[in-house]
Ligand binder design. Structure first.
Ligand code: TYM
Length: 425
């Protein structure tokens, strides 16, 4: 991403002079600061050799996202979210220098397994434990690197639940009543099994994001409305609690700066191939974990035989050949999108059509199944290795939650000061 747009994003983030980082992160930062110096030196050729370089302030830009550990993660979760996290983590790990503003912009990535969200629908405790660990292992298997990104379990950071309560009390009911996902899930589940948690869940999601002052939130298209809600909550909180002399006095007394408590987050949504992966049994519905029919989705851990079978059974149409974007052929668009997204190297739509556009469904289906299997195979192999070393997995999660707790508890404290809570003696 161009430095310019990074700077635009970072301009909203909090200024942080320094922050404590765990060992691996320190190693990454150390190597990053070397390249930062090189960058600085190379653009400062006119300066006299004895002239001291100007001091750069560090601005931290944070990325946060998460997936619910409900059942198995599917291709939609992977293509719409996790793969994007990996790309971002790998492309944006070097700091960016804005010499004009005297800023060094450092990116930190936080990816959590949002287990508190998984209990908003009736759940099985044994399954929750297994799918929480499985989800964390899948993040790593898909390419999340603990040296560059923190991985943690949401319930290991108590500030999520606490901030969620504070924000519950600052959010009007009718904002939640508008949430499409709530309307959708509650109408399917029936009144008796809809808990209050399902209704207030977008507020917990806002808390997840706001605790980390996250600038950018990489998600699939279906989360756009929740991100908008999080932004509305920030604006409302700022208006209610971050204004006036009394706020400043409280901050001074607490020994914290009187900045706005939260940063407005922005959704990062993949443009091509994966923002909205559709169901295999109905190309007009999104692929979803909550759909009872397992044949409607490809799970990232499905064995090759199962994938072949699901693709064989998936819904098609009566037309001959394949095409993109015909509103009467949602399955054709969806399956071509999946095929394109799992290619080892990016291909244009024209290239994809030249390759498979002329095929009948009977010819295309095995080609599609092979491409999905080939793409998922290395992830599945790495997943098995990680699951065999639970000590490693738990260490990664511990390191992630230690780091997350440090940041989250600071934001929670600022929110409490802003709202007027008495500090603990
Ligand atoms: P969840 O668990 O339903 O989905 C996790 C991520 O996968 C994306 N996704 C899809 N993308 C493309 N096509 C699909 N069919 C598809 N299905 C799911 C979602 O957009 C999401 O990015 N509320 C969130 C989890 C959450 C969260 C957060 C996300 C909780 N707190 C904070 C970001 C930041 C959810 O239920 O996602």
């Amino acid at each position: 991403m161009a430095a310019i747009s990074l700077l635009a994003m970072a301009s909203k983030g909090p200024l942080v002079a320094s922050f404590s980082l765990a060992t691996r992160r320190a190693a990454v930062s150390a190597s990053s600061s070397t390249s930062m110096t090189k960058l600085f030196m190379s653009t400062d050729t006119d300066a006299a050799p004895s002239e001291a370089p100007p001091q750069l302030k560090t601005r931290t830009r944070r990325i946060l996202s998460g997936v619910q550990p409900t059942g198995s993660l599917h291709l939609g979760n992977y293509l719409g979210a996790i793969r994007q996290w990996v790309n971002f983590q790998d492309e944006e790990c070097e700091p960016v220098i804005d010499e004009e503003k005297g800023l060094k912009i450092v990116t930190e990535n936080y990816f959590c397994v949002v287990d508190l969200h998984a209990i908003t629908m009736p759940h099985d405790p044994t399954e929750l434990e297994e799918s929480t660990l499985a989800s964390a292992a899948l993040y790593l298997a898909a390419g999340i690197d603990p040296a560059k990104s923190k991985v943690f379990v949401q319930s290991h950071v108590p500030a999520h639940s606490e901030l969620s309560w504070l924000l519950n009390c600052a959010t009007p009911m009718n904002w939640l009543e508008r949430m499409i996902q709530y309307k959708d899930k509650s109408s399917k589940a029936g009144a008796e099994s809809v808990g209050v948690g399902l209704f207030t869940y977008p507020i917990l999601m806002a808390a997840d994001i706001l605790l980390y002052q996250a600038d950018r939130v990489p998600v699939g298209e279906d989360q756009r409305q929740h991100l908008e809600l999080a932004r509305d909550i920030v604006r409302r909180f700022t208006d209610l609690y971050n204004k006036g002399g009394a706020f400043k006095k409280r901050c001074k007394k607490a020994g914290i700066p009187s900045f706005n408590t939260f940063t407005e987050p922005e959704a990062m949504i993949v443009k091509e191939g994966g923002a909205r992966v559709m169901s295999l049994s109905d190309g007009t519905n999104k692929m979803s974990k909550s759909e009872p029919n397992d044949n409607s989705r490809i799970n990232v851990l499905d064995p090759p035989k199962v994938i072949r079978n699901k693709i064989k059974k998936c819904k098609t149409d009566e037309f001959v050949g394949l095409e993109w974007g015909n509103p009467d052929r949602p399955e054709s668009t969806n399956l071509l999108t999946i095929y394109s997204a799992v290619q080892p190297k990016p291909k244009t739509k024209e290239e994809i059509l030249a390759e498979v556009g002329h095929m009948s469904w009977g010819e295309f289906k095995p080609v599609l199944a092979d491409a999905i299997i080939a793409h998922l195979e290395p992830i599945q192999t790495r997943y098995k290795e990680i699951r065999e070393d639970e000590t490693y997995l738990k260490e990664v999660l511990k390191e992630g939650s230690d780091s997350a707790n440090e940041i989250a508890s600071k934001t929670l404290n600022s929110a409490k000061v802003a709202m007027g809570f008495v500090a603990r003696a």
